[in-house]
Design a protein around this ligand. Structure first.
Ligand SMILES: [Zn+2]
Length: 118
């Protein structure tokens, strides 16, 4: 069984490794979807949504909401933000993390080996 909790945060960023040089700093309302996977426990849940919310707020949202993502991680593309979020939550039974940079543009990570993230 998979469960997903969605979050939003406001943050600025700019990509620094574009062929034409760094893009200007700009902001987005980012969306983060965290999906966990596991058996349905005797209490009826895979994982407590409330507890998941507390963990994501403490480990991720506190660091990124109303911040400049370039001060949190280098070259913060949606892909790299998804990898970073995964690293912050990797002790949870993660199945998938999706980061929406803007409407219709998102990156999904499912734990595949990504050497650049190390
Ligand atoms: Zn952007």
């Amino acid at each position: 069984m998979r469960i997903t909790r969605e979050f939003t945060f406001e943050a600025a960023h700019h990509l620094t490794r574009l062929p034409g040089g760094p893009e200007p700093n700009h902001g987005h309302t980012w969306k983060l979807a965290v999906t966990l996977e596991g058996p349905v426990r005797p209490d009826g849940m895979v994982y407590d949504f409330v507890r998941l919310g507390e963990i994501v707020r403490r480990r991720i949202l506190k660091l990124v909401d109303h911040r400049d993502l370039n001060r949190v991680l280098p070259n913060p593309s949606a892909e790299r933000v998804a990898l970073w979020c995964w690293s912050k939550l990797k002790d949870l039974p993660l199945a998938e993390i999706t980061v929406h940079e803007c409407q219709g543009c998102f990156a999904t990570y499912r734990g595949e080996p990504e050497p650049e993230a190390r």
